[in-house]
Design a protein around this ligand. Structure first.
Ligand SMILES: O=C(O)CCC(=O)C(=O)O
Ligand SMILES: [Fe+2]
Length: 504
């Protein structure tokens, strides 16, 4: 799978380059062949015409050499020089074999990936309030990119969204396609045919949305002006079918907070009289005496801290070198009965790094010093890469139920390293705490997922917002509550009441 990770997408660039080069050579080879055939035909024609011009063909062919020449041409030359090569077409076979080998080695996206990519665009529009015209113009959240879409691309997006049942969004894309196509007359040979085609899809989308009148009107326009083969059938279909209901979009309860925070907007907060401010911490562990931790507290109770400049570019490169040795997989989520499943709510690719390499040894040391926890029983570091539209919808990091058998206790804390900056989007947000964090390369954010009583803390619900532009890389280390009894002792009374009101 390619669309879920920016890294994986890079392979596709190589695939396209290889196919491009091979096809170009193929065309050159074919051109040579064609030139050869043409020359052959000219030669034959010359001889043939000469034969036909003979006043007495019988006499001419009675000559043994003339007869031999004609027979030889037909038996040998036509076959060897023209028919065989045309039929077997060696360059085409070579091209096919080459493309197969490239595809086998590097992979090739299947049609479902187009759906994934289009869903990604629709998701970005929804989360960041991007209008369809802006996106089509290459204007992404206020930044203009040199990447405007053609009418055909807009049309394809509209069709895929129609297939996905996103009729309102589909209609918007179809409208933009229509406008672009009509604004550039003469660019497309079958312009009128395409305009009708777009209208036909728009008629169907309108029908699904419950706008039967509009649907009717669009179809009549086609039938009056540019009737196509299918429009009559569509008319029958529309007459036979009951219009759909304009579906009220029912967003989940967390959705408003989620999108607001993803856009970098906070709800106003009551002042606690004690604004949070950054500080240097050289006392948590002697390790930090000479290079104190640069702490940015972003929330108190539950505490969420960002530690800046934890990793240098060099260290980050070393992490990627380790990750490159392994295969990245599409991230899954715990589904029913704890089974892991792939879902749109988490679109990224990931792999796991153990703590044996020098860089990972040093990370495990740092993480233990900062958190105070013993890394024994912790999971390997999960390195993830999100492509455009990649995201992780609100979730807690703890399991609570369905704790994997090999776990020593639940995930007591999360330490998440930002291994890249993100050009636009990709914030980490805490939907119940009114906190958003733009990724900053080299920084690490840490929080506890469990109360001291080891009950789960529902306030820690968080999400990775969709990446708008860029490629997001993170590294997660989850500590487990086993082995930590002396590191973070329980209180005498349970503190789980604090999060009781935040469940669901
Ligand atoms: O991508 C992010 O910012 C959050 C990722 C996350 O929550 C996770 O991987 O569990
Ligand atoms: Fe998480």
């Amino acid at each position: 799978e390619f669309y879920s990770s920016a890294d994986a997408m890079q392979d596709l660039v190589q695939v396209e380059r290889e196919i491009l080069n091979a096809t170009r050579s193929y065309l050159e080879e074919q051109q040579k062949q064609l030139d050869f055939y043409r020359k052959f035909l000219e030669q034959i024609k010359e001889e043939h015409d000469w034969v036909v011009e003979q006043t007495d063909l019988n006499e001419y062919l009675g000559h043994p050499l003339h007869a031999f020449r004609l027979i030889k041409r037909l038996v040998q030359d036509w076959d060897e020089l023209v028919f065989d090569p045309i039929v077997s077409n060696a360059p085409r076979e070579e091209l096919r074999e080459f493309v197969d080998s490239v595809v086998n080695e590097l992979g090739y996206p299947n049609p479902s990936e187009l759906h994934g990519a289009v869903k990604g665009i629709a998701r970005l529009q929804k989360v960041y309030n991007l209008t369809t015209t802006d996106v089509a113009d290459g204007l992404i959240d206020g930044v203009l990119y040199d990447s405007e879409l053609s009418w055909r691309e807009c049309y394809e997006i509209g069709v895929v969204l129609f297939d996905l049942g996103e009729y309102q969004r589909s209609l918007e894309w179809l409208q933009v396609a229509f406008v672009i196509l009509r604004a550039n007359p003469g660019q497309e040979e079958n312009e009128n045919f395409y305009l009708s085609d777009i209208k036909e899809y728009a008629a169907l989308a309108n029908l699904e949305l419950g706008n039967s009148e509009r649907s009717e009107r669009l179809l009549n326009q086609i039938l009056e002006k540019e009737p196509t083969n299918t429009s009559h059938l569509t008319r029958k279909y529309i007459e036979a079918r009951k219009p759909g209901k304009s579906s009220e979009v029912n967003n989940p309860s967390w959705y408003a907070n989620y999108t607001r925070l993803c856009q970098g907007k906070k709800l106003p907060e009551e002042s606690t009289g004690r604004p949070l401010s950054c500080y240097l911490d050289g006392r948590t562990n002697p390790y930090f005496v000479l290079a104190p931790l640069q702490v940015e507290p972003v929330h108190l109770d539950p505490d969420i801290n960002v530690y800046h400049r934890m990793l240098s570019q060099q260290q980050i490169n070393s992490i990627f070198e380790e990750a490159d040795k392994l295969t990245m997989y599409r991230s899954a989520v715990a589904g029913n009965a704890g089974k892991s499943t792939v879902a749109d709510l988490r679109v990224s690719q990931q792999t796991w790094l153990n703590y044996t390499s020098p860089i990972m040894k040093s990370i495990s040391r740092i993480i233990q010093f900062v958190s105070g926890f013993d890394i024994a029983g912790a999971e390997f570091m999960q390195v993830a890469n999100y492509g455009v539209g990649g995201q992780y919808e609100p979730h807690p990091d703890y399991f609570e139920f369905n704790l994997p058998q090999q776990f020593q206790g639940d995930r007591i804390s999360t330490s998440m390293f930002y291994l890249s900056n993100v050009e636009q989007g990709g914030y980490t947000v805490f939907t119940k705490l009114n906190v958003f964090l733009p990724p900053i390369q080299g920084a690490m954010v840490m929080w506890h997922n469990l109360h001291r009583s080891l009950d789960v803390d529902a306030r820690t619900l968080h999400a990775g917002c969709p990446v708008l532009v860029g490629s997001k890389r993170i590294g997660n280390i989850w500590m487990h509550s086993g082995f930590q009894e002396f590191r973070r002792p329980c209180n005498l009374t349970s503190d789980s009441y604090k999060s009781a009101a935040y469940r669901n």
